[in-house]
Design a binder for this molecule. Structure first.
Ligand SMILES: [Zn+2]
Length: 116
């Protein structure tokens, strides 16, 4: 259910941008979603189809790209990917520290809009 408010926000931005640039029809919306986010693509498209009915964006496709999780070591500042599936690379490959902060992999971004 948490996909719905996200979709409403995205749709609002898409429609504003479409209106500003005199678009007739939005074809596709490119989104980036962090791997840590629990937004489900299938539900996002369903909610989008529902919310966009009767708007410029009706019938457009959500193109979703997953953003991998990257962290920065708090000891030496080295940045490295964190593989959540295998649980590997949990220590900094440079200094072996287990302390790091998240750099990317959370939240979502509106990347671009395809329109005519
Ligand atoms: Zn380190």
């Amino acid at each position: 259910m948490h996909e719905l408010p996200v979709i409403e926000k995205i749709l609002r931005i898409v429609l504003l941008r479409a209106r500003d640039s005199g678009v007739e029809e939005v074809r596709a919306i490119h989104l980036k979603i962090g791997e840590l986010s629990d937004l489900e693509e299938e539900w996002m498209q369903r909610y989008f189809d529902y919310c966009s009915r009767g708007t410029l964006a009706e019938g457009s496709r959500l193109v979703i790209e997953k953003v991998p999780v990257r962290v920065r070591c708090r000891e030496c500042g080295h940045e490295f990917p964190l593989d959540l599936a295998t649980g590997e690379n949990r220590f900094c490959p440079k200094c072996n520290s287990p302390k790091y902060t998240l750099v990317s992999g959370q939240g979502y971004f509106l990347e671009s809009i395809e329109a005519i």
